[in-house]
Write a protein of this length. Structure first.
Length: 232
């Protein structure tokens, strides 16, 4: 039935490239429409419209909470951070220009909130870790990614979070964004507010440190890191 609809709709006057441009145009129009919707919603919130704020909260809080739970592995911490995300958003809405989707803007705030929590938990005095990325190669490519299954398997989730908690805030966030969520270096860099090379360097050193600490923790628990790292 779908094939019939497609054949009927295409009368031969449009080339494939023209059809592809039409799809691109539709995507661009949908993106612009979403930006307009987001700007209108934020403008209402800035004016004190509580209903608009509740609308935004209902739309975006479930996805944010799922992400925070994956990052933190603790329901109470995730819920506390979620409230902090929306408090930070309320303080910052007047600076929102609508150049990107509201969802992306909120997720960047969530990244910053979690980074702040990591710093406080680790009592890190420096706000940024100064790491010079290698000039001759992308360091992220020279270290194997941590299997995504380690973040998802119930029996090792606690161990993984325990090990991650021993890393610096910057290295931990690089691993969570790139290895757990599968973001490219450029995407992770955009969320963390640093150059892609810096994320790559943090990822490289974070993976190596994670493996060393995980091996120690596994021996302490009578487990084998090799068995854990095999994806099922």
């Amino acid at each position: 039935m779908i094939d019939v609809i497609i054949i009927t709709a295409w009368d031969g006057r449009d080339t494939l490239s023209e059809l592809e441009r039409g799809v691109d145009q539709d995507s661009a129009e949908a993106f612009e429409e979403q930006l307009k919707t987001d700007r209108d919603l934020v403008e209402k919130i800035v004016r004190g419209d509580e209903r608009a704020f509740r609308q935004m909260y209902r739309a975006y809080s479930p996805g944010l909470l799922r992400r925070l739970m994956q990052w933190l592995g603790n329901a109470q911490q995730a819920e506390d951070c979620l409230q902090q995300v929306f408090l930070e958003a309320l303080r910052s809405f007047e600076r929102y220009r609508g150049e990107g989707k509201l969802s992306s803007w909120l997720h960047r705030i969530a990244t910053n909130v979690v980074m702040d929590l990591f710093r406080k938990n680790k009592r890190i005095k420096s706000l940024m870790e100064r790491v010079t990325p290698p000039a001759d190669a992308d360091p992220a490519d020279s270290s194997p990614p941590i299997p995504e299954t380690l973040f998802l398997r119930e029996e090792v989730r606690e161990l993984v979070h325990d090990v991650l908690n021993k890393l610096s805030a910057q290295k931990r966030m690089a691993i969570l964004l790139c290895d757990m969520e599968g973001l490219a270096l450029e995407q992770a860099a955009s969320q963390m507010g640093v150059p892609p090379g810096t994320v790559g360097s943090r990822l490289y050193h974070g993976r190596r440190e994670f493996q060393k600490k995980a091996e120690i923790e596994c021996r302490r628990r009578g487990l084998s890191l090799h068995d854990l790292m095999i994806e099922e």
